[in-house]
Write a protein that binds this ligand. Structure first.
Ligand code: GDP
Length: 359
């Protein structure tokens, strides 16, 4: 497994809000993939019973296993393989936005999700500096490669969000940024080089809800209301290790009922297809039951009974980030990376971008 570094053109976005002007800075980081990075692009079952004389140009993905079969079939069963090869060659892009007041564990969670250190150069402001600060958008890009599949991951951070004394219109800067990316994409579609468009549209927004309040705060409601038709919002309860099992359950019920009460639209996991297997259906049910995901993050890898795991060490015990009994971290990661990344991109293109174009 290798990681690699590539340079991308600097983003020139400047964000203005009623409070002033924020700007984007970009950092490029090496990823440090751990064994967890081995799950993508598993070969299809065609490999197992492949005939040794197979003449497929696509090697191990050949669905025709003998010359007899070559004669019997026209050959379009290789179409999925052609698509697969082409997309693997092109690589994938995904843009994740994290929103929530500072200190809720956004950067720690992103590092835990993608096993990287995206915020090495981050400067944490003191209270006085934060008073003068406006919402600033920072974009970090990391290129991850696993099993030959390349992913260019952009993480958009919204520093200063919710930190001001008056947070009215705090979400405006975020909304402007998302619109700006849609506008850029629209222009590129009409441009000469439309075959190689860089897709910087925001595919998913992880919205961090404080574990200390009672359900949603007015700012949370305002944000979701303003952004719900522009981006896929996935609510997460931050730092859920500060809540007991019952408190997490109650908080989730309260948040969901408020989302319902205020008619807020969050990302809806699509229904399972009728031909999906039992295991997939079970996982899908579990994912749906976990929303809003109660998450825990940690930058520490510790040794617990001979296992090296990400965890938080307390005087009274160890909280394991990837233990499903301790948090919904694994469900969130599965959804974001393993099962619904493409659906989030499709929703962005087919629903949010289309409604932007229609305006
Ligand atoms: P950000 O400002 O939202 O990016 O927050 P950070 O990721 O910088 O985290 C702020 C502080 O909260 C740090 O001291 C972290 O170690 C701590 N922290 C991060 N995630 C968690 C968590 O899941 N639980 C607890 N209890 N603390 C956390």
């Amino acid at each position: 497994m290798e990681s690699f570094l590539r340079e991308f053109p600097q983003d020139s976005y400047n964000c203005s809000s009623h409070q002033g002007t924020g700007s984007i800075s970009e950092n490029f980081c090496y990823s440090s993939p751990l064994p967890e990075h081995r799950y993508l692009a598993t070969p299809t079952s065609w490999t197992s019973d492949r005939h040794p004389l197979s003449k497929s140009p696509w090697g191990c993905l050949d669905p025709y296993t003998s010359e007899d079969q070559d004669r019997e079939y026209v050959g379009f069963a290789t179409l999925p393989n052609q698509v697969h090869r082409k997309s693997v060659k092109k690589g994938f892009e995904f843009t994740l936005m994290v929103v929530g007041e500072s200190g809720l564990g956004k950067s720690t969670l992103v590092n835990s999700l993608f096993l990287t250190d995206l915020y090495k150069d981050r400067k944490v402001l003191n209270a006085e500096e934060r008073l003068a600060q406006t919402v600033g958008i920072t974009k970090n890009t990391v290129c991850i490669e696993e099993k030959g599949v390349k992913l260019k991951l952009n993480v958009v951070d919204t520093q200063g969000y919710g930190d001001a004394i008056n947070n009215t219109d705090s979400y405006k800067c975020v909304s402007d940024y998302i619109d700006h990316q849609f506008e850029q994409y629209r222009r590129d579609e009409f441009g000469l080089n439309r075959k190689n468009i860089q897709d910087n549209r925001v595919h998913c927004c992880l919205y961090f809800i404080s574990p200390f309040g009672h359900g949603l705060r007015p700012l949370d409601v305002e944000f979701m209301r303003a952004l719900q038709d522009k981006v896929n919002i996935i609510p997460v309860v931050a730092k859920s290790d500060s809540l007991t099992y019952d408190e997490v359950k109650k908080k989730k019920i309260r948040i969901l009922s408020e989302i319902d009460k205020y008619r807020l639209k969050i990302y809806q996991l699509p229904d399972c297809d009728s031909d999906e297997d039992e295991e997939f259906r079970r996982q899908d049910m579990e994912l749906k039951r976990s929303v809003p995901f109660a998450v825990i993050g940690s930058n520490m890898v510790v040794d617990v009974n001979g296992r090296r795991i990400r965890a938080r060490l307390y005087p009274w015990g160890v909280v394991e980030v990837e233990n499903p009994y301790h948090s919904d971290f694994v469900h969130l990661r599965n959804m974001l990376v393993r099962t619904h990344m493409q659906d989030l991109k499709d929703m962005t293109h087919d629903t949010h971008y289309e409604s932007y174009r229609a305006q």
